[in-house]
Design a protein around this ligand. Sequence first.
Ligand SMILES: Cc1cc2nc3c(=O)[nH]c(=O)nc-3n(C[C@H](O)[C@H](O)[C@H](O)COP(=O)(O)OP(=O)(O)OC[C@H]3O[C@@H](n4cnc5c(N)ncnc54)[C@H](O)[C@@H]3O)c2cc1C
Length: 416
Amino acid sequence: MTHTDVLVIGAGPSGTIAAAIIKKAGYNVTIVEKLHFPRFVIGESLLPRCMEALDEAGFLEAVKAKGFQEKFGAKFVMTNNDICDFNFNEKHSVGYDWTWQVPRADFDKTLADECEKMGIEVLYDSEVTDIKINDDESSVTEVKMADGSTQYFQAKFIVDGSGFGRVIPRMFGLEKDSNLPSRQTLFTHYIDKNRDKVAQEPNRITVYVYNHNTWVWCIPFSNGVTSLGFVGFPDFFSTLTGTAEENIKYLVQSHPELNERFGDCEMAFEPMELKSWSATTDKFYGKGFVLTGNVTEFLDPMFSSGVTLASVSAQNAAHLVIKKLQKEAVDWETEYMQPCMQGVNVFRTFVMGWYDGDLHTIFFSKNQNEDMRKQICSVLAGYVWDDTNPFVRNHQKQVKTLAKFIKETASENATI
Ligand SMILES: Cc1cc2nc3c(=O)[nH]c(=O)nc-3n(C[C@H](O)[C@H](O)[C@H](O)COP(=O)(O)OP(=O)(O)OC[C@H]3O[C@@H](n4cnc5c(N)ncnc54)[C@H](O)[C@@H]3O)c2cc1C
């Protein structure tokens, strides 16, 4: 039996950020990670708000030193060439106005290496297979180790940052259906040899919009590779009958702008398909454990909220675990679950507003109100806990009312 203060499941951003903050407070932390790092994971476009969590964890300098592509905004391009471009330095909230676009294999390994430098043990190729929580909230976790042996870890507290592994929700029956419909993606990394020729700005995510159901992410990295992914309902993909590689080539060729840039480029790997990623959990905490990152809730790739919600939940969870270890009372419902849900719900409104067309109406309207644009920009930068922003405070009402106003004004003008 190995003893540790805190056992963290998963070495993704939520696991490593929580581990580092708890370690900095003077506690022993062990991370158990199922895979060998570096490992591929999708989720490459960060939001400025996650910089605050990376900073508190002590990771910023190490990430800066990697020279990842800096990101300053998000640009939305319709097939008729209407453009809506947000620069994070125009946002309403105080805070970071830039971040990075990262190949996650390299980014996540950088964070995990920093944890090791701080004295956190990171056990790779090791899978959590069972957890028993004792009456005093301590726990015993069974781990299948890299050498095939089984080892047991006694911990005072567990942080579950296992992403789509969803270890504790699956083990303890906490899984719940998401209220978002199932969507699908086909994506790859292109060796982006035409990037300079077609004068694309690498310093932002570009979202190519077919309609409010179907869109493409284009995320350039500093190493000359660009991540390109098509997202839509399963119907959109069901008409494609080739291999994944043939299908993505076909989709690129059918879009003039993408074809000009990627039509003759090599792919760095066989395109991958993913579907039905939205997932949620009944409760983000329980006796002896807290859930962070994707284990809590994952919405949708639109607006790139995943790593930011993962980082901020890990940051908040770490503070509360430290309080708990210091024998202070913690009200997990109000101090953890509610703030997590606030962030998730603001992004849920934006994701739903995107797919029901309201945000198209707003983003591509001709006469935009400057203050509201700044407030929307703040949400897109991940500042979804800033209650001075009406698009945070009254997110649903603001989006609905603004879209309705724009539509009504447009139809009145058309009548005149
Ligand atoms: C199509 C798509 C596109 C996306 N695009 C973006 C984007 O542009 N920007 C963005 O911010 N987010 C994006 N995301 C979301 C992003 O991928 C996740 O939100 C983010 O990776 C969550 O981080 P995490 O630390 O919670 O989990 P992860 O990064 O998934 O890490 C979890 C770790 O836990 C480990 N693990 C699992 N089970 C076990 C076990 N039993 N024992 C030990 N270890 C285990 C896994 O191996 C993994 O390394 C996207 C998601 C999808 C589906």
